[in-house]
Ligand binder design. Structure first.
Ligand SMILES: Cc1cc2nc3c(=O)[nH]c(=O)nc-3n(C[C@H](O)[C@H](O)[C@H](O)COP(=O)(O)O)c2cc1C
Length: 388
């Protein structure tokens, strides 16, 4: 196994190993990718306050997210088509998360189904829901997540329509990949991926295929989304979904204080400050830039998590110090999964925990719950002001 010291090491191996279509799917943002880029570069603008001669023994990164114990407050974010990044990708990522002691979130658009992941794991995972026009399908999907004993429903609110990612259209993204001269030429250079994929439990959308009718082509994400996702989703419908679920709910995709207030008012157990990893509204602010304003608005009313742009334990620490109780990582674990399967996801989590732990120590903190704005230097204009 190569020596992995940071997330970029995993990304380099990932790029070599996985077919271009799926690398591009993960490694892109919408339109100009400004928000995608700023999600990571904005973390660099926040500086850390070094403290010395503080007893740093007995440190812990352990904490809680929505009342569940976690080895560190970093959950695996829902990522569609994870099972195309590596054979049985959702099962492998879920197992790595379970062993590490962090939550795994299964996407509606996963390859392995809810049932397959439940069968392969022993602790409850979280299920992410996209709202669709077909209410009967949604009801059955929620019931399947209940039957699988999922411990939270993550309702994603920022994808009623799909943000355009140029590369996916040009590559003809689909699961499984359609065999064209171009994809065949690329797949021939990814033989290890291909051989493993031949033995995979599944190569299509496990939560969808066989569970819905009247869909013209379930293999193409873009087509499916346009036909099925519910453009009429509003807060009233969110409330109904929360009632239908009846358990813990996390509302994901909040990037505005007004929306954060609505989510808190509905009684969500947590919100995820997120711009979907820069994949939806290009030109939106980075999540980390919006976090202070959202904390000020609802920090006392609802648990706040953050994702989009986290590539290191230092990024996690900055989000926690700004007040988030937890974080989610998307691409950072996908790089690990594509690079080396389950071991790669564990490697990604290990890297992040070490960075978080060492940074805590050098900032003079012994627990993640002790982190605060006192650990940070934030540029004066970091927040900005919206036009009235
Ligand atoms: C390839 C890819 C697929 C994604 N699919 C989903 C999805 O199915 N559901 C969802 O709620 N979010 C999805 N997201 C967004 C992630 O849950 C998360 O918000 C985002 O990846 C965080 O940004 P990061 O990748 O910079 O960590 C996806 C992100 C990526 C990169």
């Amino acid at each position: 196994m190569p020596v992995i010291t940071n997330i970029n090491d995993l990304k380099r191996i990932y790029e070599r190993r996985v077919p271009r279509m799926f690398y591009d799917y993960a490694e892109s943002g919408s339109w100009t990718e400004q928000t995608f880029r700023e999600n990571t570069s904005d973390f660099e603008q926040i500086r850390l306050r070094q403290r010395v001669a503080v007893d740093m023994t007995g440190r812990t990164t352990a904490s809680q997210m929505i009342g569940q114990d976690v080895a560190m407050p970093v959950a695996l974010a829902p990522v569609g088509l994870t099972g195309m990044q590596h054979a049985d990708g959702e099962i492998k990522a879920a197992k790595a998360a379970e062993e590490f002691g962090v939550p795994f979130t299964l996407s509606t658009m996963s390859i392995n189904s809810i049932e397959e992941v439940a069968e392969a794991t022993s602790k409850p995972f979280w299920f992410q829901l996209y709202t669709m026009k077909d209410e009967d399908y949604i009801r059955r999907l929620i019931q399947r997540a209940k039957d699988a004993k999922c411990s939270a429903l993550v309702i994603t609110l920022d994808l009623q329509i799909l943000g355009q990612r140029h590369k996916d259209l040009k590559n003809g993204l689909s699961a499984p990949p359609k065999l064209t001269p171009r994809t065949i030429a690329n797949l021939m250079t990814k033989w290890a991926w291909g051989i493993e994929m031949l033995g995979a439990k599944r190569r299509n959308f496990g939560n969808i295929v066989g569970h819905v009718q009247g869909v013209s082509d379930t293999s193409q994400l873009g087509v499916w989304t346009a036909e099925q996702f519910d453009p009429a989703l509003d807060w009233g419908k969110v409330e109904k979904l929360m009632e239908m679920w009846g358990g813990k709910v996390i509302l994901k995709g909040i990037l505005d204080t007004e929306d954060a207030r609505m989510a808190a008012k509905l009684g969500a157990d947590a919100i995820v400050v997120s711009n979907h990893g820069g994949r939806q509204l290009d030109g939106a602010l980075s999540s980390i830039r919006m976090l202070p304003e959202i904390m000020d608005a609802v920090g006392n009313d609802v648990e706040v998590h953050l994702d989009s742009g986290i590539r290191s334990g230092q990024d996690v620490l900055k989000a926690l110090a700004l007040g988030a109780k937890g974080t989610m990582i998307g691409r950072a674990f996908v790089y690990g999964l594509g690079a080396m399967g389950q071991k790669g996801v564990t490697a990604a989590l290990d890297v992040i925990r070490k960075e978080l732990d060492t940074t805590m120590a050098l900032c003079g903190e012994r627990s993640v719950d002790g982190l605060g704005r006192h650990n940070l230097l934030i540029p004066e204009d970091f927040g900005g002001r919206w036009q009235e």
